[in-house]
Design a protein around this ligand. Sequence first.
Ligand code: TXA
Ligand code: MG
Length: 400
Amino acid sequence: METRSAAQEGQSGTASSPAAASAPVAGAAHVGEADLARAVRMLQAGGVIGLPTETVYGLAANAADAGAVASIYRIKGRPADHPLIVHVASAEAAARWAVWSPQAQQLAGAFWPGPLTLVLPRRPEAPPFASAGQDTIALRVSSHPVFAQLMQALAPVGITGLAAPSANRFGRISPSRAAHVRSGLGEAVPLVLDGGPSAVGVESTIVDLSRGQPVLLRPGGISLQALSDCLGVPVRAADTQATAEADAPRVPGALPSHYAPSVPVRLLPASAVQALYREWAREADAQGVGAEEGSPGRSFWSEAGMQALAGEPAGFGTPPALPVSLQPGQPVALWTLQPPPERAGAFWRRQPADAATAARHLYDTLHQLDALGVQAILVEMPPDTPEWRAVRDRLTRAAA
Ligand code: TXA
Ligand code: MG
């Protein structure tokens, strides 16, 4: 992590290149036989492991083992009434857990393996432990090669479903790297299979097919339009106040405050970012701040500068309100499209202009900025367009 004055862009260097957006993500495509065998032994014994998927890392246990599933809840600190996703090897395997349907087949055929979770009626004979009292079950087939490797190795020992929420403590930032799992959960998870950085970076799209009209419960890498086109009927988004209340259960990914770093996250429209930069540049000029002031832990903004952002009219119109009063002299972290002015003394990561790249960087960036000891993380809110839906959703929850 660098300050702006060091002019470092970190991972952002590749962010705006279209080639980078579609480039394969580096990282282990396979794990070694020893790690794989250890994973199988631990899961067989009712243990919990860290597992890479293309969305985020999961905290996985045998979904047919009540004690193992209970361990997931304990390690995560997750409320017992919040159901888990069961990860299976194929649509055929999914049909043994859930009452399969033509719609399920259409979506599975188009998007599995991939970042899509289907909520379906649970078969009465299927293990209920991941469903947290619901008569439905959430199922997904991950496209990560390590996931496929593991499911293949588990078949001979009779494990056909892995319950796996994101491998973070309840309400905290989801992990997109093995290191995030280790730092977040530590000793509680002695084995984390390292599959490299997650290629999608935000949790799977969840579609509920259990109640008539298909409902999007959580936006992810697959758009509402793509889902509706595939099914030939409109998929309803459960993200307005009215639908959210109607759409029980209130599952964790759908709670207003979720995916949160330990320091406050504040979302700013692009105009507010520009207003903040202008204010910082003006104060830097007025105070004749030298380059040494740009070091981490130093910053030069005054109360007056912050007030200008807190809703005082200015020449260019009324700047949008900052929902927090920032303390002068304490650094902030920024995830914005443009760098702040020279000598701002703020930590800065460039926000990719492309939604898929931004999604891939999102949690890693929040993990890094969260570790800096700043007073707040200021994030430029991406545009309200369909491709940004999942990133905007996670940012809104991180800031709630
Ligand atoms: O990308 C992902 O989906 C990741 C990776 C590890 O697969 N998993 C994940 O799990 O995000 P978790 O536990 O953090 O989120 C599970 C979500 C819940 O928030 C809930 O919305 C939904 O799955 N869910 C699970 N079972 C459900 C059910 N029976 N009815 C409705 N929603 C359910
Ligand atoms: Mg989660």
